[in-house]
Design a protein around this ligand. Sequence first.
Ligand code: F3S
Length: 375
Amino acid sequence: MYLTKEEERILDGEEGEGLQKAMEILVALGEINEADRLMPISSAQVSGVSYKTIGDAGLEFLSDMASTGARVRVLTTLNPMGVDPSIWRELGYREDFVNKQMRIVNAYKAMGILLSCTCTPYLIGNLPTRGEHIAWAESSAVVFANSVLGAKTNRESGVSALASALIGEAPCYGLHLDENRNPTITIEVDAELKNQSDYAALGYYVGKSFGGIPLFKGIKPGMEEMKALGAALAVGSISMFYVDGITYSGSALGDKINVGIEELRNSYESLTNTEDVDVVCVGCPHYSLKEIQEVLQAKPSRDIWIFTCRQNKVLFEKKLDENIKIIADTCMVVSPLEDLGISSIGVNSAKAAFYSANLSGLKVRFDSLENMLKL
Ligand code: F3S
């Protein structure tokens, strides 16, 4: 891979150990993927924040990196951590978990990363425009950025997104190149999608069954539905999609597949292993203002936790009934709900359903919010 003189200097350690390590990561990644060069990026989104998911090894890596004095060179936001620091005692988190979590967050802060702690950075101002090159790690945000915003990013790991943030560049391959951004399969949707969980069920089925870049026909999603669809697609290996008539006009190369009610039912059933749940958890990806308002207007009578960014939380928190909690900075997956005495949750997100069962060992009901609030 071609490196400029400045990049060579960084690789040789002339800008310090932290940037040297970051450059080594980017060069290795670029060479594996046959990138011909590094390219400037305008923003980064770093995942790997919760102590639950990265543990002591991650904490040590980040502390070491921060101690080198390296600082990010582009706008960089952070994915959810493992706890909402403003209500951890009330919800019953262990103090040692919270302490280690805050050490992780402080290491990121020392590197100049904004402590946004959300998987929807595009809702709080990390909002690249069409054609901008970025290095984002959160899989649902990667899909949203590529598909809805028209920005260009590969699905980075937490480590490679951090390295890109510190260098201000990313290896030029994959979805950074226009020739790799064409639709490769057409998904003709024969079912009426009534709510976000239907979009999530569709995304989960397509993400698990196919790769490439799907072009959806027969659906008319709004922003929130595309957010739900993208997060579910990302449970598979899909990092980008198109919607006919909304983000794309033309035809796709490759096969045409019909997806109907049977396939959606298959998603619901395969992601559900209980009917009764301790609490309904929504906000995967983090809920927008509109989504929060819809939940509150439904006046749910059962326990419901709404996960969102802290900017949204402050707008609602004074008006809540006892059974409703708005929780910021974390989510139902990366937070150790299983340590809080919760053994089952209801979700309307296929991504949350998949990881809550497989990462946290919770019993899960994947269903529409409407059905779950009726219980
Ligand atoms: Fe966000 Fe957590 Fe879902 S990080 S996309 S709410 S698993």
